[in-house]
Design a binder for this molecule. Structure first.
Ligand SMILES: C[S@@+](CC[C@H](N)C(=O)[O-])C[C@H]1O[C@@H](n2cnc3c(N)ncnc32)[C@H](O)[C@@H]1O
Length: 706
């Protein structure tokens, strides 16, 4: 399986992939009142009929081991897809569906940014088995997993029977009991405890599983290879928020989490999965009715690619033709729409476009990209028109935009670069469009505003956060150098540290006046950047990679830009802030507010640009360190600094992504975080209310189930 994380993740095994909503919106007054009703410290332990997790400890203490936890799920046979997990009551967005442990209690780790390969995992599994680190229950669990199509296609697929999800949780006990009944000592007997007489009658009768045959013999190298190919999951980065809080380095991980391996694929999945230490959490990203199949995406970057590319890859890697809702919708489109999706995708990912962008990004030369910009704008416009003419709406439109996402994203990235000098603009005018019209071709939704309508910008220009901060960074240098001015200590202060008002004393630049009602003041020379650009991109990716790192960084950037542009008390900033909180609560479940903010801070240490993740360099001086274990920025920086700064996402690579981020100086990246820091007070207030609201909804869901 492949999973998405930021920048993009690995996988259920297949090597690098070519790789909603919590709602009910009370007014602000209600949020403020609710804050007192929901003192978080009391609420961070989720105890329901299903899971009992202390989220605060999970995200901050490596010693905390909550064990296997299953939400309201059952394992069933599904037509054409083998087994799968379905809900047995309604589920809210942000509910934990699974908390799994990897087989052998261990994962294969590696340098962050480099995805381990399934063959490496297979070799590691062999070694663990040789060294006795895969116990009988581990082997039994592995034997319950899908092992790929049969060598002889006429024989049925060798999917082991598994009558209940609980068999995964209780295997240790069952094996131990069976061992006892068979008269052997409770500890390892012969081939391992649990290895009863052939047929394992007692265990078999009780569980439906032939325990002896499942657990006794070691798995062969070819079995381990198949399991690593079909059932593993990997992530090139680890958890960008929790790693710092837990005092862990960011590392690539790969392993097999048996219960998670029971999830089937969808190109528009309803969960997000990520690892914290070696545990894997699976969170619902939208409301699910009882009986809904719980799905994950096996695609990484290709989640944002057209139907044909997705199907081809899934067929090659896993041997099935995806027929999820998104695929079905995309396979029955009018030909004009299919052609427009494919043209937009190709315009952004064609080798010539990629090369051009690579050359231009070295110099932030937007002039060299005028023609490409025209092509992308034309392609996006054509797709929007085709969808309009075909009468497509809502979810389907968003899915199609996802399928052509590289075009939307690249266009936004180009328009965030400083505009070329007028002379160059003329030189590079797209020949076919003639046109400012074409150059200004509107992005859908409100992205159009980015193309020149935002107040204060010269027509046709969009100043990005990073390009926009350039002037400010220059001022910083003049005032004593960016390092001094925007070190992590400065950020700590911005988060309510010494100054408490978000101002950066060393730079002399005000980021949010002394009172909570004052608007953010910006240096004169700083252009604004349009918050709608990342907000609209977030709206697109939410349809297929909700609560992923990419989604988070887009909503976060929208909040950051809105704060910069409107001042923190503006209602638009409130909305953007709520969006950030929703994404965090969906991803992280139910940590206390304090922990939630620490996770937010920790994430803010990571450089990002339009959803592409890059890395900030380490803090420049010792003054930037924060107290170990406090989850502060110093620690986060320390952990993150191990990762090469240029290690952007695979998706970014095609066009501008990591290049644009790399073009931003450390001061600019930190500066962007600092703007957002002005939001923390507002975040705190809003989060409490939203959490209360959600708890009410969850409570109602559980009552309904009972
Ligand atoms: C990790 S396993 C998932 C659990 C599996 N269904 C089982 O019975 O154990 C991956 C395999 O499940 C099947 N599968 C997953 N998603 C599917 C889908 N959307 N349509 C058809 N088959 C699917 C494919 O055979 C794939 O190789």
């Amino acid at each position: 399986m492949q999973c998405w994380q930021a920048p993009l993740v690995g996988v259920f095994g297949q090597g690098p992939a070519p790789c909603r909503r919590l709602c009910r919106r009370p007014g602000l007054q209600a949020f403020a009142k609710l804050k007192y009703k929901t003192n978080i410290a009391q609420n961070h332990t989720k105890k329901s009929n299903f899971v009992s997790i202390d989220y605060d400890r999970l995200y901050s203490q490596p010693s905390y081991k909550p064990g296997r936890q299953y939400g309201p799920l059952k394992l069933v046979q599904l037509p054409g897809r083998g087994r799968g997990l379905v809900t047995d009551r309604s589920v809210q967005a942000g509910e934990t569906l699974l908390l799994c442990e990897p087989v052998g209690g261990r994962v294969l780790d590696g340098p962050a940014g480099r995805e381990p390969q399934p063959e490496e995992l297979a070799a590691a599994l062999e070694e663990w088995q040789r060294e006795g680190k895969l116990g009988p229950a581990d082997r039994a669990r592995l034997r319950l997993l899908y092992e790929g199509p049969p060598a002889d296609p006429s024989s049925p697929a060798p999917t082991a029977a598994c009558p209940s999800l609980d068999d995964f949780r209780k295997l240790e006990d069952k094996l131990r009991r069976q061992g006892a009944r068979d008269g052997g000592p409770k500890k390892a007997r012969g081939k391992g405890f649990g290895a009863g007489p052939a047929g394992g009658a007692a265990g078999g009768a009780e569980t439906g599983i032939d325990l002896a045959s499942l657990s006794a013999p070691p798995l062969s190298p070819s079995e381990l290879r198949r399991l690593a190919k079909y059932d593993s999951w990997g992530n090139a980065w680890g958890e960008l928020g929790a790693a710092g809080l837990r005092g862990e380095e960011l590392e690539a991980v790969m392993g097999i989490w048996p219960e998670f391996s029971l999830l089937n694929h969808s190109c528009a999945p309803n969960t997000v999965a990520f690892t914290v230490g070696s545990c894997m959490l699976v969170q619902a990203v939208r409301k699910l009715p009882p009986g809904a199949e719980v799905t994950t995406s096996y695609l990484a970057d290709l989640a944002l690619a057209p139907l044909q590319q997705r199907r081809q890859w899934l067929q090659g890697a896993y041997g099935f033709t995806c027929a999820c809702e998104r695929c079905q919708a995309e396979s029955s489109l009018p030909p004009a729409v299919t052609a427009a999706v494919s043209a937009a995708y190709s315009a952004a990912t064609a080798p010539a476009a990629v090369q051009l962008a690579a050359e231009a990004r070295a110099t932030s030369d937007r002039g060299a990209l005028c023609e490409l910009e025209g092509q992308l704008a034309g392609a996006v416009e054509a797709l929007e028109t085709a969808m309009e003419e075909a009468g497509l709406e809502g979810e389907v439109r968003q899915w199609l935009r996802c399928s052509a996402y590289p075009a939307y994203r690249s266009l936004a990235a180009i328009r965030d670069l400083p505009p070329p000098p007028p002379q160059q603009q003329q030189q590079h005018q797209p020949s076919d469009s003639g046109s400012s019209e074409r150059r200004k071709a509107r992005l859908p939704l409100d992205m159009a505003r980015a193309a020149g309508a935002a107040p204060g910008a010269a027509a046709g220009e969009v100043g990005g956060v990073f390009s926009g901060l350039a002037g400010w960074a220059e001022a910083e240098v003049a005032a004593g150098g960016p390092q001094e001015a925007v070190g992590a200590a400065g950020l700590d202060a911005a988060f309510g540290g010494s100054s408490g008002d978000g101002s950066s004393s060393s730079s002399g630049v005000m980021f949010g006046g002394g009172s909570s009602t004052s608007a953010v003041q910006r240096p004169d020379q700083m252009p604004y950047s349009d918050p709608e650009v990342p907000a609209d991109l977030a709206g697109i990716v939410e349809a297929v990679v909700a609560a992923s790192d990419m989604h988070f960084y887009l909503v976060y950037e929208a909040m950051s830009r809105a704060t910069e542009l409107y001042g923190r008390d503006d209602p638009r900033v409130t909305e953007a802030t709520k969006h950030v909180i929703r994404v965090l609560l969906t991803r992280y479940g139910r940590p206390s507010d304090k922990l939630l903010f620490q996770l937010l801070r920790s994430r803010m240490c990571v450089g990002h640009y339009l959803g592409d993740v890059t890395q900030l360099p380490p803090p420049p001086s010792s003054s930037a360190e924060s107290t170990p274990g406090d989850g502060g920025l110093g620690q986060g920086h320390g952990a993150l600094s191990a990762v090469p700064r240029d290690a952007g996402s695979a998706l970014a690579a095609p066009l501008l992504g990591s290049g644009a981020a790399a073009a931003a100086s450390p001061a600019q990246l930190r500066g962007a975080a600092e703007w957002a820091a002005a939001q923390v007070a507002a975040v705190e207030e809003l989060a409490a209310g939203m959490r209360a609201d959600r708890e009410e909804e969850e409570g109602a869901g559980e009552e309904e189930a009972e």
